[in-house]
Design a protein around this ligand. Structure first.
Ligand code: PEP
Length: 254
């Protein structure tokens, strides 16, 4: 059984004071819930404080939204894996579609970051997904396969089992337009089949594949009920502590 994993991607939102208030309410709302893995992914500026609040046992785990693939050097504005580790970050989101489209991240760049994250014992959440034009042109499977091959090049089976993949159709991110459970399940099943082909079936069975794209308390359960949907990467709806707690509870109730 794959444990469901629900992540809150706050993007460029949340002052430290707002993050404190969020966690206060959210932790109270979820109570002792531990059947679902929860990851809070704040902006870099709030990582340190969120880390302190979550404490060493991290009932909710800490994630970062990005990192650089090099260990150090002249990369103004960037942070490396060791800097994240120092703050007890466990997960790092890599290749989010906003990074791919707004900041020019290619599969090759994502792959470099994936290697650096694994080598630093951070768990990558690797985002893949097609644009609307690619879906309309019936290229979903080709795009997903290319992104898997490119972003996960050189990863061995043991490492793959620890990676989380987030299937995020670009047309569903921040648009209020969600993939239907059937569309999402088809893509997730294809991703798992591809992992099985490129690595092996037992490893593919272990990999958790999150769905992301306008997940809300109202649609979370129907999406996560599907066989190959192992959780959610939540953007907009993760800014409301009660709403995000409802998504966690929906996963726990499945
Ligand atoms: C995301 O940022 O990964 C995301 C899925 O955003 P939203 O939930 O707002 O669509």
């Amino acid at each position: 059984m794959r444990k469901k994993i629900i992540a809150a991607n706050w993007k460029m939102n949340m002052l430290v004071s707002e993050a404190e208030a969020f966690l206060h309410t959210f932790m109270h709302e979820i109570g002792g819930e531990n059947s679902v893995e929860i990851v809070i992914v704040p902006p870099f500026t709030a990582l340190s404080r969120v880390s302190e609040i979550l404490g060493r046992d991290q009932k909710a785990k800490l994630g970062a939204q990005n990192m650089h693939g090099e260990k150090s050097g002249a990369f103004t504005g960037e942070v490396n894996a060791a800097m994240l580790r120092e703050l007890y970050v466990r997960y790092v989101v890599l290749g989010h579609s906003e990074r791919r489209t707004l900041f020019g991240e290619t599969d090759e760049i994502v792959n470099h970051k994936v290697r650096a994250a694994i080598d630093a014992a951070l768990r990558p959440i690797v985002c893949i997904g097609e644009t609307l034009a690619e879906r309309d042109a019936h290229q979903v499977e080709a795009v997903l396969r290319r992104q898997i091959e490119g972003s996960l090049h050189g990863v061995n089976a043991r490492e793959l089992a620890e990676i989380v993949i987030a299937y995020e159709p670009v047309w569903a991110i921040g648009t209020g337009r969600t993939a239907t459970p059937q569309q999402a399940q088809e893509a997730h099943a294809f991703i798992r089949r591809t992992l099985s082909e490129l690595w092996d079936a037992p490893t593919a069975e272990k990999v958790r594949i999150q769905y992301g794209g306008s997940v809300k308390p109202q649609n979370a359960a129907e999406l996560m009920r599907e066989n190959d949907i192992d959780g959610a990467l939540v953007g907009g709806a993760s800014l409301d502590p009660r709403g995000f707690a409802d998504i966690v509870k929906a996963a726990a109730a499945l």
